[in-house]
Design a protein around this ligand. Structure first.
Ligand code: ATP
Length: 247
């Protein structure tokens, strides 16, 4: 079943026309990667889906789980089951690891949305204990201030926080391996694979082609706001895409 579908999305920031007709789809249970150089429009694609710092979508649509979510506010999209791990992590740096995990699902805007929509408590998809099973390093460091974690540990915490969202169906990861040392890239990648193995659908935005293709089932290549190639992991590996990618 198709979980997410972008159909001819044109996204603008003021006078800048950033996405120029992006079409892509993700089936339930798939791990799909969106590759592209700096400035290709990857983050704008994430924002077009999730409604966070949203560009203006002047034509085209975003459909998720049967609903047209193109103009939905970000909180409603999160409630609907799309979680975003943003570029640059955005943790509560003064708080401990565990406090970050506790706070993730109980922000004021979150509960306002729950109340406005007359929804119940909202069960967390994953308990903190389950997250520690997935990221043992976070358990070792649960009392440590998030701002003092290494880059890789911060990335793990950022992913773990998002997994606390209730009723999560689709995880959007915006360049999770950016700026990490090679062995940490692999550790973060392994965690993403494990999350996917538990049945979550994943859209992995990456410049790190090697790591993305290790994890993904198939992928799209974005260049100047346009999808220029799509294929299975094997096809992407064999195609000469150097002009669009950092290899
Ligand atoms: P990177 O890998 O560097 O994060 P990206 O592929 O994610 O790149 P985007 O961040 O989507 O690219 O940016 C695509 C283009 O849109 C860039 O030229 C950028 O300057 C522009 N852009 C992004 N956000 C805004 C904004 N809020 N206002 C105006 N232009 C923007």
């Amino acid at each position: 079943m198709t979980l997410l579908e972008l159909d001819g999305v044109h996204a603008h920031y003021g006078p800048s026309h950033i996405l120029r007709g992006v079409s892509m789809s993700i089936d339930e249970g798939e791990v799909v990667t969106l590759l592209g150089r700096n400035g290709a429009g990857k983050t704008t694609t994430v924002r077009s889906i999730a409604g966070t710092e949203p560009p203006e979508i002047r034509s085209g649509s975003v459909r998720f789980d049967g609903s047209d979510i193109t103009d939905w506010p970000a909180d409603d999209i999160a409630m609907g089951g799309i979680g975003v791990v943003p570029e640059g992590r955005r943790l509560f740096t003064e708080l401990t690891v565990e406090e970050n995990l506790e706070l993730s699902t109980i922000t004021r805007s979150w509960w306002n949305t729950v109340r406005r929509r007359g929804l119940g408590g909202g069960e967390s998809t994953m308990e903190i204990g389950e997250l520690y099973d997935l990221f043992p390093r976070l358990e070792e460091r649960k009392a440590q201030q998030a701002g003092t974690l290494s880059g890789g540990e911060q990335q793990m915490l950022s992913i773990a926080r998002t997994l606390r969202l209730p009723d999560l169906d689709l995880l959007l990861l915006d360049e999770p391996t950016e700026g990490l040392a090679p062995q940490i890239v692999t550790a973060v990648g392994d965690s993403i694979e494990e999350i996917a193995d538990q049945g979550l659908t994943v859209l992995l935005i990456e410049q790190n082609v090697h790591e993305a293709l290790r994890i993904a089932d198939r992928g799209y290549v974005l260049d100047q706001g346009d999808i220029v190639y799509q294929g299975t992991t094997e096809e992407l590996e064999n195609e000469d895409l150097d002009e669009y990618l950092v290899v």
